[in-house]
Design a protein around this ligand. Structure first.
Ligand SMILES: NC(=O)c1ccc[n+]([C@@H]2O[C@H](COP(=O)([O-])OP(=O)(O)OC[C@H]3O[C@@H](n4cnc5c(N)ncnc54)[C@H](O)[C@@H]3O)[C@@H](O)[C@H]2O)c1
Length: 259
């Protein structure tokens, strides 16, 4: 018996990257999973189905939740993971791009929660949002992405309070660098990747499976007393003030001077 046998989950953005790893993880532990994505997943089966869905469309999201409940009779876990990025200065960000990023990354999460919660109120459930460390702190030239993920971080807290009386827990994962198609263009250059990974105390990017494991934990009874949390999964990047490692610098200087 897996942690999610008898459980039904929806994973948005489940056709790729973190979402695909989450589908695999929840399914391997017994869940029935509906993948909601713009594009088709590589695999489906009797217990893993796909419904083409744009999370920024209220009508499509409502239809997704209704279809899932019709298929399996219930909804226990809502993973709001679909997301898109953008990289530009504020003057170079056109309002349409800003709105599109918010429509998918922030409003999409709201629409999915809005549709899912009425089906969870009776028995309780778990909502897990994929925010980002970019929702906790700022990045260079990611105004729309930072703001849209910041909205998810605080919405997660707000919704956790609202849903507590129904036994619905609401949490978010905040990944740092994860090697997925979303960031392949930004870390395509080996030098850029080496620089980025060099900033991460654990010395590596996360794998989609690392994030999926945390989403599974927050979705499960193992996290029965956890709600309203935004969990960084970033190899320690946000544990750092950004100030230099003085001890290592002193050691390097001593080595240089003695050599
Ligand atoms: N990769 C990283 O380094 C990283 C870091 C922090 C947060 N995240 C977040 O993790 C989540 C998953 O990203 P990923 O890295 O796995 O990227 P990905 O591009 O591999 O997967 C994202 C999926 O979302 C789907 N999607 C995009 N717009 C959609 C829409 N309107 N409706 C439904 N589906 C849509 C895409 O088709 C894709 O399958 C995103 O919310 C992203 O912001 C990623």
């Amino acid at each position: 018996m897996g942690r999610f046998s008898e459980k039904v989950a929806i994973v948005t953005g489940g056709a790729s990257g973190i979402g695909a790893a989450t589908v695999e993880r929840l399914s391997s532990e017994g869940a029935k999973v509906m993948i909601a994505d713009l594009g088709e997943p590589a695999d489906t089966n009797r217990d893993v189905k796909f419904m083409r869905t744009d999370v920024s469309s209220e009508a499509q999201v409502n239809a997704l939740v209704e279809a899932t409940v019709k298929e399996w009779g219930q909804l226990d876990i809502m993973v709001n993971n679909a997301g898109i990025g953008s990289l530009s200065s504020t003057p170079d960000t056109d309002p349409e791009t800003w709105e599109k990023i918010f429509a998918v990354n922030s409003t999409g999460v709201f629409l999915c929660c809005r549709a899912a919660i009425p089906h969870m109120r009776e028995k309780g459930g778990a909502i897990v949002n994929t925010a980002s460390i970019s929702g906790l702190f700022g990045d260079y030239f990611m105004p729309a992405y930072n703001a849209s993920k910041g909205a998810v971080v605080n919405y997660t807290r707000s919704l956790a309070l609202e849903c507590a009386e129904f036994g619905i827990r609401v949490n978010a994962v905040c990944p740092g660098l994860v090697e997925t198609p979303l960031v392949s263009n930004v870390v395509g250059d080996p030098e850029d990747k080496e620089h980025w990974v060099g900033l991460i105390p654990l010395g590596r990017a996360a794998r989609p499976e690392d994030i999926a494991a945390a989403i599974a934990f927050l979705s499960s009874e193992d996290a029965a007393c956890v709600t309203g949390v935004n969990l960084p999964i970033d190899g320690g990047l946000t544990a750092h003030t950004g100030q230099p490692n003085l001890v290592t610098r002193a050691k390097l200087r001593a080595e240089r001077n003695s050599g």
